[in-house]
Design a protein around this ligand. Structure first.
Ligand SMILES: C[S@@+](CC[C@H](N)C(=O)[O-])C[C@H]1O[C@@H](n2cnc3c(N)ncnc32)[C@H](O)[C@@H]1O
Length: 228
């Protein structure tokens, strides 16, 4: 089994254990009082959604973005939620049924292998893409299927620029006890995400949130982008 496969297995096992209580424990993520809801709202706003739009929520987990997305696209729109972990998708399905939404489909897939539907209006990924080693590829695959003017937005955690390595390690260890922290810090996935957004999209914005502990990257598919 390759290192990537081992990491993936570990992720699935971790999220299987977390799924049941994820909606409650994620309120403490990455720390109690963290403005996660506000950050989600900003990410959804960055998509510039209109009624009837089709949105992919990549690594959607239990579907914590669904209500915000539903509000923006309405019943004529469509959401495709994608995630690697069956147990997280099962919670997402519960949410869909409880809320009575009929325009959301769920797909169990690895982000990098997901076959995006054609002509997607927007793609969102929150607190997840930095866990995917091939995050740049995922951004490229998504950009290629965006409709003209379609938007990609990524919200995720990062290590603040001015933080000494040892402190970053300590801080991140407390919030990500499940992943290989050293690898995550060493990989600096937010840099790969930023570079891929610039490579694949136009009109890219990069906003650091909450003292540089998170970022919101967003961009459009325009005539000058490689996906076009
Ligand atoms: C911290 S949760 C975030 C879930 C959701 N996006 C949210 O904002 O609450 C990370 C999610 O990413 C999923 N994930 C991790 N690696 C993945 C991959 N390679 N492909 C698809 N999903 C993945 C996990 O199964 C988990 O549900």
């Amino acid at each position: 089994m390759s290192q990537v496969d081992r990491t993936r297995e570990h992720l699935i096992e971790t999220y299987r254990k977390k799924a049941k209580h994820y909606d409650i424990t994620s309120r403490l993520y990455p720390a109690p009082g963290y403005p996660q809801r506000g950050q989600r709202l900003r990410a959804v706003q960055a998509l510039g959604l209109r009624a009837g739009d089709t949105v992919v929520d990549m690594a959607c987990g239990t579907g914590l973005n669904f209500s915000l997305l539903e509000k923006a696209i309405g019943p004529a729109g469509r959401i495709v939620g994608v995630d690697l972990t069956d147990a997280m998708l099962a919670r997402a399905q519960d949410r869909i049924e409880t809320s009575g939404w009929s325009n959301i489909s769920l797909v169990q897939a690895d982000a990098v292998a997901f076959d995006f539907p054609a002509e997607v209006d927007a793609i969102l990924s929150t607190y997840a893409l930095s866990q995917v080693p091939e995050c740049a590829e995922v951004i490229a695959h998504g950009a290629a299927v965006l409709s003209a003017g379609g938007r990609w937005a990524v919200l995720d955690l990062k290590v603040p620029g001015s933080t000494p390595g040892w402190l970053a390690q300590l801080g991140t260890a407390t919030v990500r006890p499940f992943a290989s922290i050293d690898q995550w810090i060493m990989r600096r996935p937010w840099e790969a995400i930023r570079a891929a957004m610039h490579e694949e999209l136009t009109d890219v914005s990069w906003t650091e949130l909450f003292f540089g502990t998170a970022f919101l990257a967003a961009g459009s598919r325009g005539p000058g982008t490689s996906g076009a």
